[in-house]
Design a protein around this ligand. Structure first.
Ligand SMILES: [Zn+2]
Length: 157
């Protein structure tokens, strides 16, 4: 669903009673999330370094997690390709095509809890205590990526 559709849907939703939330509040929240989505687009697709810190701050604020967790989510999103098959999911052995075992033929790089703990410079146990929060901010960033991509492609036409 495009951001425009989401905004339209949310404004329609305002025609029904929603205690404690005015249309202005919801519009403000949507414009903030559109800003975060735009920042995500600029960092992940345009590789605009100037947007990196604002994106990390916005994600940390919205997901209510530390900046370190938000930064790790952005870094993982920037290097999603499996290092073995370079994102192709398969390996060529002569004329034989084999599924990449490193990524289980997904093409996606898999990050272990141990690698994440090392990135954060904390113990494995300390990382696992915040793994739920990391998943939350990582899922938020993915949602922005998916929401913004069609809208941005439309604008770039
Ligand atoms: Zn692979």
């Amino acid at each position: 669903m495009s951001l425009r559709d989401r905004i339209a849907g949310d404004l329609e939703g305002d025609l029904q009673d929603k205690p404690g939330q005015s249309a202005i509040d919801r519009l403000l929240a949507l414009s903030l999330s559109e800003r975060t989505g735009t920042l995500a687009w600029r960092v992940l697709w345009v590789l605009d370094g100037a947007c990196l810190d604002p994106l990390i701050s916005a994600l940390a604020g919205e997901a209510e997690v530390s900046r370190e967790l938000a930064e790790m989510a952005v870094h993982e999103a920037m290097s999603q390709d499996c290092l073995t098959c370079r994102g192709r999911a398969t390996l060529m052995l002569g004329d034989r095509k084999l599924d990449c075992q490193a990524c289980l033929a997904t093409g996606k790089r898999r990050y272990s809890d141990r690698a994440r703990a090392a990135y954060l410079r904390v113990s494995l146990k300390a990382y696992r205590q915040q793994a739920g929060r990391f998943k939350k901010v990582s899922a938020l960033l993915s949602a922005y990526e998916m929401a913004v991509a069609p809208e941005m492609r439309e604008r770039l036409k």
